[in-house]
Ligand binder design. Structure first.
Ligand code: PLP
Length: 430
């Protein structure tokens, strides 16, 4: 990673001016320091503008109706799809709009369940799982990439197995040959942990999965906002992500699936807009991606997401990554100088994103969060919807600061200064 691509102060100031919320003053007049981008990112003005332009000029339900407005809305929706797909290195028919990462994984699980219950054979059988089969996840997963797979295992009789993490929350690749075996059908893993920040080396997982004919599912919720992403180069079969973590609006996200797989996969959600011919007894389905988009779609949000992606593309994801890498280095170096803190993740900025979770010895994360909040600093406290990885690292919860491309060195320093006072404020270590 070359930090020479990091943004200059002038560039960063111009970027911050695009995000109205970053100028927000708190009730006590303090300037907000927003360090909770891993939960949800802030949005540049262009995102709201794109959505307003759509609402005021083109709003209609897509893929229906013969009127011109519906055609305009459909054009905007499909242009948004093309923009998001391109960002991922996919083609438009490989990108299904969902309401977010969680919905994308649930959609996959519902499709696997539909295939598992279908005894008539056919191409959907490659998605069927049953007793004796294995579904592999990792201990680093957000609950949304764990609990749906637990349900799939429970309902089909398949076995759930997982790759453990090491003491820094990195997925243990040395366990691959023990966990991924001939009966493995699915290998689901996060691209980057929202707790340890560790970026997953994808190639060994994909190689091991494909060697035994298993399908790979990458949770890209934390990876997509921070690094260039190319699903083709990564060779993953499926990937899921959320717009709201990458400068876009709430309520929209995507499921990428290799074209050939989406062609064969049965829909997990059924209703309007995804069917061809419907009789009282049965229905035939549209080709993908429409087959997986039942119901009226979040068109305005899709347009907003595409605007967020255009903003990221203008900046360049290599520069976003470099900027965040430089700031993460500063944050980690500063934390290493403060006694009584343990970083729950890799100590170096290489191979991680800027989500940095901490154990503050002797202080409960909720207390730490309140102290930091009083200083104007917004961090996340708790288990961040990832209890197993916390347990694996010997804690139940943590205090997490997470960086976005719009954060400054000054903000990192304000956080470091505040966090250095937490233990003495609560009378610990005196
Ligand atoms: N996966 C990871 C790694 C996450 O960090 C999150 C959200 O924090 C999710 C999945 C769930 O995303 P969403 O709530 O947008 O569906």
């Amino acid at each position: 990673m070359t930090d020479s691509l990091a943004l200059s102060d002038i560039e960063l100031a111009a970027i911050r001016a695009d995000f109205p919320l970053l100028g927000h003053r708190l009730a006590d007049g303090k300037e907000l320091v927003y360090l909770d981008t891993a939960a949800t990112s802030q949005r540049p003005r262009v995102v709201e503008e794109a959505m307003r332009e759509f609402t005021e000029n083109h709003n209609a339900a897509v893929h229906r109706g013969a009127h011109q407005l519906a055609a305009e809305a459909t054009l905007a929706y499909e242009a948004a799809r093309a923009g998001v797909a391109d960002f991922l290195g996919a083609s438009p028919e490989e990108l299904v709009f969902t309401s977010g990462t969680t919905a994308g994984i649930n959609l996959l699980v519902a499709s696997f369940l539909a295939a598992s219950g279908n005894k008539s054979g056919g191409s959907s059988q490659r998605f069927a799982v049953g007793p004796g089969d294995r579904i592999v996840v990792t201990e680093a997963e957000h609950h949304s990439n764990l609990v749906p797979w637990q349900r799939l295992a429970q309902l089909t009789g398949a076995e759930l197995a997982w790759l453990p993490v090491d003491s820094a929350g990195r997925i243990r690749l040395d366990e691959i040959s023990r966990v991924i075996g001939p009966r493995s059908r699915i290998v689901a893993f996060t691209g980057a942990s929202n707790v340890s920040g560790a970026v997953t080396p994808v190639a060994p997982l994909v190689d091991a999965a494909h060697q035994v004919g298993a399908l790979t599912v990458m949770d890209a919720a934390q990876l997509a906002p921070h690094q260039p992403l190319d699903v083709g180069a990564l060779r993953v079969d499926f990937a899921v992500l959320s717009a709201h973590k990458m400068l876009g609006p709430n309520g929209i996200g995507g499921l990428y699936g290799r074209a050939e797989l989406l062609q064969a996969m049965p829909p997990g959600s059924l209703g309007g807009s995804m069917v061809e011919i419907v009789t009282m007894r049965e229905a035939t389905f549209q080709p993908p991606p429409a087959r997986f988009e039942a119901g009226t779609q979040a068109v305005t949000q899709a347009v907003g997401w595409a605007a967020a992606i255009a903003y990221l593309n203008d900046l360049g994801m290599d520069r976003v990554a470099a900027q965040e890498h430089a700031l993460t280095s500063r944050l980690l170096a500063g934390l290493a100088r403060i006694p009584g803190l343990r970083v729950l993740g890799p100590a170096e900025a290489d191979g991680r994103i800027g989500a940095v979770a901490l154990e503050i010895e002797g202080v409960h994360p909720h207390d730490a969060g309140q102290f930091l909040d009083a200083e104007g600093i917004a961090v996340r406290v708790g288990h961040h919807c990832a209890q197993p990885i916390h347990r694996a690292m010997g804690v139940t919860s943590s205090t997490r600061a997470s960086l976005g491309l719009y954060n400054t060195a000054l903000e990192v320093d304000r956080f470091l200064d505040a966090v250095s006072q937490v233990r003495s404020y609560f009378g610990v270590g005196r």
